[in-house]
Ligand binder design. Structure first.
Ligand code: CUA
Length: 185
């Protein structure tokens, strides 16, 4: 039953909101207790300034979360899992100190599911776009099963892959590349 929560973007969104609930409750508790101690003469009234300030904070909180939620790789993955039909599957095996990958060439706009695991020690699998920014990173723990993320590449070029978990003497040499080509009509 819980699976359905994680298979759609809205399920992932609900879980994220739930995770933020404790912070929201602490925040409201502090605001309420401050209001009580400061406004002694008439404890039942919250001033107009405080109400508007609180509304601005709440509206900003919701708006920023809504605007940025699809940039969280796990949410984007759940979204594409539910909405994309032709997802290319790539198996990634991380090992000291290289990656085995079933495919290294993709097209712009093609949704790719990277399913990765490590066979010896903790490794990372981080993809960097041609400009240098991190697209996403995965931490691969041996014995912890496979992790997968779906990503749609938007720019053509050579993307670097680096291990971001220290994994021994040749950790710095553990890298690879993938190539993203323009859409072939
Ligand atoms: Cu593998 Cu660092």
């Amino acid at each position: 039953m819980l699976d359905s929560l994680f298979e759609s973007g809205w399920g992932a969104f609900a879980v994220l909101l739930l995770l933020q609930l404790p912070f929201m409750l602490v925040f409201l508790f502090i605001v309420a207790s401050r209001t009580r101690s400061v406004a002694k003469p008439n404890p039942s009234s919250i001033s107009f300034a405080k109400t508007s300030w609180l509304s601005v904070v709440v509206i900003l909180f919701v708006a920023i979360n809504l605007a940025s939620i699809n940039y969280i790789p796990a949410v984007a993955t759940a979204w594409m899992q539910a909405n994309e039909k032709n997802i290319t599957n790539v198996d990634v095996t991380a090992q000291s100190w290289y990656y085995e990958m079933s495919q290294r060439e993709f097209e712009v706009g093609q949704p790719v599911r990277f399913t990765a695991h490590s066979v010896d020690t903790v490794h990372g699998f981080a993809i960097y776009e041609p400009g240098g920014g991190v697209v996403f990173t995965m931490m691969l723990v041996p014995g912890a099963g496979k992790s997968s993320l779906i990503h749609k590449f938007e720019k053509p070029g050579v993307y670097k892959i680096r291990c971001l978990e220290y994994c021994g003497v040749s950790h710095h040499e553990m890298n690879d590349t993938i190539t993203v080509k323009e859409k072939s009509s």
